[in-house]
Design a protein. Sequence first.
Lengths: 381, 525
Amino acid sequence: MRRTILYLTAAAVLALPAVAAPPNMPMFRWENFTIADGLPNNHVFCVLVDGNRVWAGTDNGLGVYENGKWKIYRPADGMAHQAVLSLALDKNTGDVWAGTMGGLNRISPGRIDTFTQLNSGLSNDIVYGVGIYGDYVWTATAAGASRYNTRTGQWALFNERNTPMFEIWVYAVSPAEDKVYYAVWGGGVLEYDVKTERWKDYNDPDGETELVLFKDQGLIHEITTSVSYVNKILWVSTYFGASRYDGRNWHNFLNKDSGLPSNFTSQVKGVDGDRAWFSTDKGLAYYDGTNWAVYRPAMDTHRPEMLVRDADGNITPIAVTTAPAHNYILGVDFQGDDIWVATAEGLSHGIRVKDNSTTKVTKAHEGRQGKSAMRVAKTLR
Amino acid sequence: MIRLFSIFLLCAAATAATRPGDLLLKFLSPGELAVSPDGRRLYVACENSDELRVVDTTTGGVVKVIRVGHIPRGLSVSANGRQVYIANSWDDTVSVIDTQKLETVATLKAGFEPISAVADKKGEVLYVANRLSSDISVIDLRTGKELKRLEGGRGASYLALSTDGTRLYCSHIYPAINARRGPPESEITVINTITRRVIDRIPLHNSAGVFHLAIASDGQLGAATVLRPRNLVPLAHVEHGGAFVNSIVLFGPGFESAVPLPIDELDRYFALPFSTAITPDRTKLFVSAAGSNTITAINVPALLKFSRTHGKDATNDLSASSNYVITRIPVGRNPRGIVLSPDGHRLYVANRMDDTISVLNTATSKVAFNFDLGGPKTTTPLRRGEQLFNDARFSFQGQFSCASCHLDTTFDGLEWDLEPDGFGVDIVDNRSIENLMGTQPYKWNGGNPDLPTECGPRTEKYVFRRWHWSRDRPVVTCGYPATSRCGLFRSLSARRSRAVAGGNLDHFQSQGSARRDQRSDERMN
């Protein structure tokens, strides 16, 4: 009798739906840098990888990490302002361009040049975004956008008078060979066609800042913070979700129906047409086209946390021992398989763990059922 | 250059000796030189005639004249000797000359006012220093297309390749934009020719115009010629000496930082140091003084020893040069480009205002003979005017010529403390001579209504200070025929009062006049 009950119980447990193994998502060992390590300031707005060097734009200076050491540039060294909001690399010349709260800097070995709205054609000294393609440096500023030809020294100005932008607070730019995209805070997305030199705007089709009436019908929201144009796919981050546009179809992401930990997204950076990284105020999120992974200190315990969400919405916590410095993420850049992350409380270096075939399941979630089955099976042996 | 001639044309208009045909004479004005790897040919860029002249170094004869672009300046020979690259500064192009066919085989587009063109050792890319755009073009020699521009300093002009070909150095004739009333600052831009990127900028403190560079055969020593003016010293203090310190600056792996050292002496200056060359055995260094018509020969071991023992303490020490200068060699007028023969036995010197090449024996440091490039033999008033413009001998102790501030008839980009002298407050900038015609009145207060007033008596007063200028006084000979230079100045009008045409001061001139007449202690800041 006893044996029968045992067999029936085991059968009932084994009949339960098998817990699917979480999808194989990248795992990192995180190393964090703060002022104590030589970082100029813990509030890091942006990060740029330049070969073996890593640049960090912070609230109090620009830092460059090379050979294990930080070197800092501030206004006394020639920077236009101590708050460095954006960074871009000219891959041709090796020059680094920094957008600051007081102008645009070009950092060339041994020299820092400053461009301001008074000494150049820069639209405004508050330079939120900078991007480079070919000979052109594109800037996104608090009062419009501008473009600098590094070969001829010529500036072009773009604002509400010669583009469809109805808001001139421009937050980010992503230039490429065929198109240049701007994120306009409160004004959606602007697209510049390089060949025809024409502008086109993309706005929230429902016009509702508080609601999403028409999902996937267009841009998720007007308050855009970042754009990333990679392999003909446009990724957009907003304070109210994120969007992906393939030139014909929009696909939007909200935290309620995707793996986004929060709709408040400061940056999106596309890896390719299918994969992207999202910097939110509740963690760093990675989307591989189907599944999501979130990396952060847990919101409640502040302990290192990694969560994986599959296509069916199943969320699996992955046991990790390190995490980015803070959950408020402001930007990322890639260094091979590694990732560098700008956070509100330091700069984080995610060192890719190559062998992540063994994933450990924590107690605190749906894995409970699987564990019970294992316990039973053990007993049956 | 044609515009410069036009300016002096106006001044010389009334001179009896000017004949109508004189204005059409085309002088060559050889400015820069390059030599073939086997030493048999000398390539000469002739700025005024828009030519490349090819000289046989054995006979001294011109074997070919090749038409190139407008105002050709710098030139170089490829590592294999098969091409000559010549920068056409007013066409914004570079001519590529085939040295076997002796003809132009390509014309490449460069940046604004290219001055130097140097190819890498493999012959894959051409680097071109563009003066007006202050950058360096990187041009693919296979396609002729520009790959990119590298940011140089202000007025990027002269290039030199390191011996191993991995580094390219660029100097600049204008100083960087700097804090007002601060010393002029410049740089030598260092480019890695493998990555084709700027990797360093060597700061040059208290330096304005920097010209040619030379790299020693062991790659350890670099030298560049540099003007180090004390531009904020009141002009009256020129008599105290050292308002212009003509120098060379040493740099390279053997130096922690650049070390400038004077080539001047206590009471004699060697104005506008332009070009430099280091013998292959690294025993001698030669510098052309374009304003003083001399070549300075320097003992390199003594120079290096002095730089290590005294270094930066000697940058303004006018007695320093006695420790390393061997001798001064008189050559022709306005010696600019110099180049050594590959074996180092000869130094060729381009005498720009004589249309000749002086050939020096480097062992004896003496002129062996001259090559005549075949320019006109008549010296016209316009040509004399240009010779004077470049000649420093009429300034106190030969410190500077007009060309020292008006580099290549443009400007040096510095503010100067010039008259009227309230001492230390009259800061003005010199202007470009180019395109001057038709822009009267002149002077910063508009007080000179025409060119004769601007450059006649004031030039006589401050530069040719040996003469009291007068319309009626007999001409004093000064090495020129009486009917030329002095006749030129004699033809100028008497100095008028500071007034615009019509005799009245406008509102701003009245203000300026009142301020000028104030005592310095009454002046409000």
